[in-house]
Design a protein around this ligand. Structure first.
Ligand code: ADP
Length: 393
């Protein structure tokens, strides 16, 4: 029987998964899918490697939590995996704190250590750990590996990781960590294949999905990023406002009587493209809507990226290339055009036709700063780490 790696990515109301045959080939996963709407209207969608739907199912909301989703996958995937047995499971874990490794084999002590980081990422970490616990109960001998979204940023210099707060707070861990690290690690490796000279230079990668951030890389290592202590900082996102004058929060507490949970809902779920447009967090819907509010949201989205590109270019001491990735970065040519237009002063000249067709290189011949579209693949990065850590490669 052949082996495969199962990758799990638990979100607040979803569980994404993908299975990769071992050894890892260039080809896509054997299957991938997600259970969405956990806690509301649970819905499983499972596709094969070519994207064809293998299974679609709804579950009653009552009692169907992350653990139930894992139980269902544990049983249900067997029928679709044919003669591939799951030999290890890799998990995306949003926060690795100060742990020195990028990925680690899970045991009880590590689970405790990762659970202790929950206060640093209360909206994500518990949902990342729930599937690990469920599998440990179901199949204790199956190797599990935790892959950290913060790990790629460990190479940042201390200045890039600091807030100008009293030292005691920094010592307690209140500082910039950065996220989307598995995506940036994949992009850095892919850029090394596409253009090794550029990969050795100064590059800004723009992960523009529902969450969004920029990462300044030099020689494929993270030097600075727009996300900070939490995934709420930096760019405007689907439903998050990004960087916000901290005085606004104090004003809202004083004048609107808002508490911590109200502020959390405001900055994580009611702001960003959704809040400004008053319509949707989804870029496709905003493009189709064409209302002045949607146009303003889209314009602010690009403006914030351009401003932060300037900041990271300063941190890098110049810029050689910019890479667009994730849902909006890979698919929304108009956002790429707006951002590249705002980066002309850096020496970036866009090739409009290449941008329309999606690259990979979308800058004009002779552009001092090159621009690229590179699809990210965080699940494959997790599968690579899982194989390396378990020694199964
Ligand atoms: P997540 O962070 O949830 O993984 P994605 O990387 O899938 O998110 O990105 C979701 C965003 O990508 C949404 O705003 C969606 O509208 C946008 N998107 C996806 N496809 C397109 C497209 N063809 N054109 C414009 N935007 C797109």
């Amino acid at each position: 029987m052949a082996g495969c790696i199962l990758v799990l990515n638990g979100g607040s109301s979803s569980l994404k998964f993908a299975a990769y045959a071992v050894p890892l080939a260039e080809a896509g996963p054997l299957l991938r899918g997600q259970v969405e709407g956990i806690g509301a209207e649970p819905h499983l969608l499972l596709r094969d490697g070519s994207g064809a739907v293998l299974e679609e199912r709804r579950f009653p909301a009552e009692g169907f939590d992350h653990r139930a989703a894992v139980l269902h996958l544990h049983e249900g995937l067997r029928g679709h995996l044919g003669d591939h047995a799951v030999i290890a499971i890799g998990h995306r874990v949003v926060h690795g704190g100060d742990r020195p490794a990028a990925a680690e084999r899970v045991d009880a002590a590590l689970l405790d250590a990762l659970a202790a980081l929950e206060p640093l990422a209360p909206l994500h970490q518990p949902h990342n750990l729930a599937p690990i616990r469920a599998i440990a109960g179901l199949a204790p001998a199956l190797p599990q590996v935790a892959c950290y979204d913060t790990a790629f940023h460990r190479t940042q210099p201390p200045l890039a990781r600091s807030f100008a707060l009293p030292r005691a707070l920094s010592a307690e861990g209140v500082r910039r960590y950065g996220f989307h690290g598995l995506s940036y690690e994949f992009i850095a490796a892919r850029l090394m294949e596409l253009d090794p000279a550029l990969a050795a230079g100064r590059v800004i990668a723009a992960h523009l999905g529902n969450g969004a951030s920029l990462c300044a890389m030099q020689g494929g290592r993270s030097l600075a990023t727009t996300m900070g202590f939490t995934a709420a900082d930096g760019l405007m996102m689907g439903t998050r406002c990004g960087a916000l004058d901290p005085g606004v929060l104090i004003y809202l507490m004083d004048r609107h009587g808002m508490g911590a949970r109200d502020l959390e809902a405001l900055i994580y779920r009611r702001s960003g493209l959704l809040g400004v447009s008053g319509l949707s967090q989804d870029m496709r819907r905003l493009r189709a809507a064409g209302t002045p509010e949607a146009a303003e949201a889209i314009a602010l989205y690009a403006y914030r990226i351009v401003r932060e590109v300037g900041s990271l270019a300063a941190a890098l001491g110049g810029l050689d290339g910019i890479v667009f990735t994730a849902g909006i970065g890979e698919n929304d040519a108009a956002t790429r055009a707006a951002v590249c237009g705002g980066c002309r002063w850096l020496g970036l000249a866009l090739d409009r036709e290449r941008n329309r067709t999606g690259g990979p290189r979308i800058s004009a011949e002779g552009s001092a700063v090159s621009a690229w579209v590179i699809p990210t693949d965080e699940e494959r990065m997790i599968a690579r780490h899982t194989l390396r850590v378990t020694g199964l490669a």
